[in-house]
Design a protein around this ligand. Structure first.
Ligand SMILES: Nc1nc2c(ncn2[C@@H]2O[C@H](COP(=O)(O)OP(=O)(O)OP(=O)(O)O)[C@@H](O)[C@H]2O)c(=O)[nH]1
Ligand SMILES: [Mg+2]
Length: 267
């Protein structure tokens, strides 16, 4: 960890196409983490006043991407991180990970993206890396209803290793390019219903065309950032040094992850 911190301090500036100045909007209002148009005001003020605590210095949010084999988890990450797409399937063995650095409201913020194996025989290796995730992305293939049916099982497995109240959950339908509008809208109904039931934000993407891929990860980064800054503000409360004393320090859109701080061995 200390190696990573010192390495970060000498890293070049964040890429221009990783700068987030405005809150990216949700994909579907029916299944969104929240539907606010802008970042929380307390978060914006904290960023302007550089009162974001560990966020922006050494905070790295862990994201795990899980889901059935061959639904397109690796392709999704590769489209975003490398702007590449491979039409040949190469199963992930265990896990891979990528670091993505963003700048949100002027504050550096990193996501550690863990790409896990969907194949049963590699699952037990992969699941040992689930711990400490702040964000869980469950991918399913929009042309394969069985992969949507398996989302609940993936959720259960991911939450075994994590504090369920401290996790932000996303369901992502992949391979949107392969489905006709009629087929897609049918599976979307089921996916939205499931997302509502398990309190997840729903997205649909295509790693082949790139549709919604950047928008999705920007949304993930922004919501993780917002949650982290709110948690920092709640932690420091009215005693915040160098900031304005706020009598009411409870964030207006308190969400699960600000309620309980989990021990986080992986960060
Ligand atoms: N048409 C199309 N094909 C895709 C898309 N995403 C992935 N694929 C294809 O689906 C297959 C599986 O993709 P992967 O990303 O390797 O799947 P995975 O979920 O990482 O699989 P495991 O690592 O075994 O869990 C590959 O042949 C990809 O080319 C997409 O958006 N559109
Ligand atoms: Mg893979």
């Amino acid at each position: 960890m200390s190696v990573r911190i010192s390495a970060m301090s000498v890293l070049p500036p964040v890429r221009k196409d990783r700068v987030i100045a405005q809150l990216p909007q949700c994909f579907r209002k029916e299944a969104a983490f929240h539907t606010k148009e802008d970042f929380n005001n307390k978060v914006k003020t904290a960023c302007q006043e550089q009162r974001t605590g560990t966020v922006g210095r050494f905070k790295i949010s862990k994201v795990i991407v899980v889901g059935d084999l061959a639904v397109g988890k690796t392709c999704l990450i590769n489209r975003f991180c490398k702007d590449a797409f491979d039409k040949n399937y190469k199963a992930t063995i265990g896990v891979d990970f990528e670091m993505e650095r963003f700048e949100v409201l002027g504050v550096p913020f990193s996501l550690q993206l863990w790409d896990t194996a969907g194949q049963e025989r590699f699952k037990c290796i992969a699941s040992t890396y689930y711990r400490g995730a702040q964000i869980v992305i469950i991918a399913f293939d929009v042309t394969d209803i069985a992969s949507l049916d398996h989302v609940r099982q993936w959720l259960e497995d991911a939450l075994k290793e994590n504090d369920p109240t401290a996790v932000q959950l996303f369901i992502v339908g992949t391979k949107k390019d392969l489905s006709s509008p009629a087929q897609y809208s049918q599976i979307e109904q089921d996916a939205l219903k499931l997302a509502q039931e398990i309190t997840a934000e729903y997205w649909a993407v295509s790693s082949l065309t790139g549709e919604n891929v950047k928008e999705f990860f920007f949304r993930v980064a922004s919501l993780a950032f917002e949650t982290n800054v709110l948690a920092e503000l709640e932690k420091s409360g009215p005693r915040q040094i160098g900031g304005i004393v706020r009598i009411n320090s409870t964030p207006s859109n308190v969400n699960a992850s600000t309620k309980k701080k989990q021990p986080n061995c992986c960060q």
